[in-house]
Design a protein around this ligand. Structure first.
Ligand SMILES: *Cc1c(COP(=O)(O)O)cnc(C)c1O
Length: 231
């Protein structure tokens, strides 16, 4: 089933790229495997997935140890400072930087092992009370501040759009995030590259691609619904 799901997602990505005059290689599919057992990740791996997204540091760490080492692990969930240590040597990117204190702590942990961690800044583009992330109007200043940290490299923006029944409703938010991304890119801030735009989930990744996403994070569409009661 996972193989068929991946094929369908792949077809949808190709169609969205075609509609918007983009190349398939411009968009990376991240298979969001949170709460799912290792056996299912192995199935996705066998079908070609090499980018996996997890939102809990300990879970990422455990799965990392059980799966092939050519997988790129993306930390996509809200991160507490005391848990950075679990993933600092395992994640290829942290998508959810939303405070100076967190950015400082990531830089410090990365420094300890002599690496520079690629990060995205999470933007609460729809200003939802329930969501993490910096507001759009604060994002450029925030990036200017954290860009000075020696062991992180800001590579772009991430957002979790509102939960909607109709994906079209989120188009305006994807457009807003894209505009913010372009505006910040134009500032040419030192140590900031603005090359990744992580937006779009199962319900709306096709719209996100049409509006410029370079990474889409798809969970349910690949692995099926999550049952939180079992975890
Ligand atoms: C769970 C999650 C996803 C995937 O959500 P689906 O709707 O299942 O595709 C994407 N991004 C983040 C940050 C998540 O926590």
């Amino acid at each position: 089933m996972i193989k068929e799901n991946l094929e369908e997602v792949e077809r949808n990505i190709c169609a969205a790229c075609a509609r918007s005059g983009r190349k398939r290689e411009e968009v990376r599919l991240i298979s969001v495997s949170k709460t799912k057992p290792v056996s299912m990740l192995e199935e996705a791996y066998a079908a070609g997935s090499r980018d996996f997204g997890e939102n809990k540091p300990q879970e990422l760490k455990e799965k990392y140890g059980q799966l092939p080492d050519d997988i790129r692990w993306h930390m996509i969930g809200h991160l507490q400072r005391n848990k950075i240590k679990y993933i600092i040597d395992k994640a290829c990117m942290i998508h959810s930087v939303d405070s100076e204190r967190l950015a400082e702590a990531i830089s410090q942990e990365a420094g300890k092992i002599g690496i520079v961690m690629p990060v995205l800044v999470e933007v609460n583009i729809a200003r939802e009370e329930s969501k993490f992330g910096v507001y759009a109007e604060d994002t450029a200043k925030f990036i200017e501040k954290i860009a000075r940290l020696p062991h992180i490299h800001v590579e772009g923006l991430m957002t979790i759009a509102p939960f909607v029944e109709v994906a079209e409703e989120n188009r305006v938010f994807f457009q807003k995030l894209r505009k913010l991304y372009v505006d910040i890119k134009r500032k040419n801030i030192d140590n900031v590259s603005m090359c990744s735009l992580s937006m779009g989930m199962t319900g709306d990744y096709q719209v996100a691609i049409e509006e410029g996403a370079t990474m889409v994070r798809v969970g349910t569409g690949i692995f099926g619904a999550r049952n939180y009661n079992l975890t």
